[in-house]
Design a protein around this ligand. Structure first.
Ligand code: PGA
Length: 249
């Protein structure tokens, strides 16, 4: 039995004042939900503040990125240990926007993932094909490569959550159909089972991301290999994020 995860990726949105309004409105709306892990991922500068706002609630704190070194002369970077110190339990790694705009590669994803786990964080490792790759018929190769290289060298997946986010569905309003998402999730689970064994592949949570909204979350969550959602746009409003967290109602 895999506990579902609903994670809100706030991207480059929300000042501390805005985050306060969002969290204060969100908490009462999700307080009765049982058996769902809820995570929010604000920008670095307000991690500590959001950590205080979520306080003893069920909501967990994630960063959106990290560096792989623990400390040193690396201006502008933030280390996994520093994220832990700021109150994070999770970190998103290899989001497609980082791959697209900030030169993230499978290799950097792998280094970051290993460093995050070594520091005691849980890594939400993102994979996903572009529209071009899907149309060229290389989706399976791309996902296999991203999963294999991204998780290379790990001995356990206990601290790993995978997020499948087809790049063409992110922020576009185009969701993958339930069948398309299920097919990709199945493939990812098979790759994981070949690399880490059936026990790991049965246990690892695979989230879907890409235009998840209150009205499509239920259908996606009904698929056997979809264990949650990584939500961008719809996580910025308390009502829509709460409705997604409440998908089981
Ligand atoms: P979206 O973003 O829900 O706005 O499509 C998802 C993501 O990029 O994590």
């Amino acid at each position: 039995m895999r506990t579902p995860v609903i994670a809100g990726n706030w991207k480059l949105y929300k000042t501390s004042g805005e985050a306060k309004g969002l969290i204060e409105a969100l908490l009462p709306l999700i307080k009765d939900v049982k058996g769902v892990e809820v995570i929010v991922a604000p920008v670095f500068t307000i991690l500590h503040r959001v950590g205080e706002l979520i306080g003893g609630s069920r909501v967990k704190l994630s960063a959106q990125n990290c560096f792989w070194e623990e400390e040193g002369a690396f201006t502008g970077e933030v280390s996994p240990g520093m994220l832990l110190d700021a109150g994070c339990s999770h970190v998103i790694i290899g989001h497609s926007e980082r791959r697209q705009y900030f030169a993230e590669t499978d290799e950097t994803v792998n280094r970051k993932t290993k460093a995050a786990i070594a520091a005691g964080l849980k890594a939400i490792v993102c994979v996903g094909e572009t529209l071009e790759e899907r149309e060229e018929g290389v989706m399976n190769d791309v996902l296999t490569r991203q999963v294999t290289k991204g998780l290379d060298g790990l001995t356990s997946l206990q601290a790993v959550i995978i997020a499948y986010e087809p790049v063409w569905a992110i922020g576009t309003g185009k969701t993958a159909t339930e069948a398309q998402a299920q097919e990709a999730h199945r493939l990812i689970r098979t790759v994981i089972s070949q690399k880490f064994g059936v026990d790991s592949s049965d246990k690892v949570r695979i989230l879907y991301g890409g235009s998840v909204k209150p009205d499509n979350v239920k259908g996606l969550m009904s698929q056997p290999d979809i264990d949650g959602a990584l939500v961008g746009g719809a996580s910025l409003k308390p009502e829509s994020f709460a409705a997604i967290v409440n998908f089981g109602k």
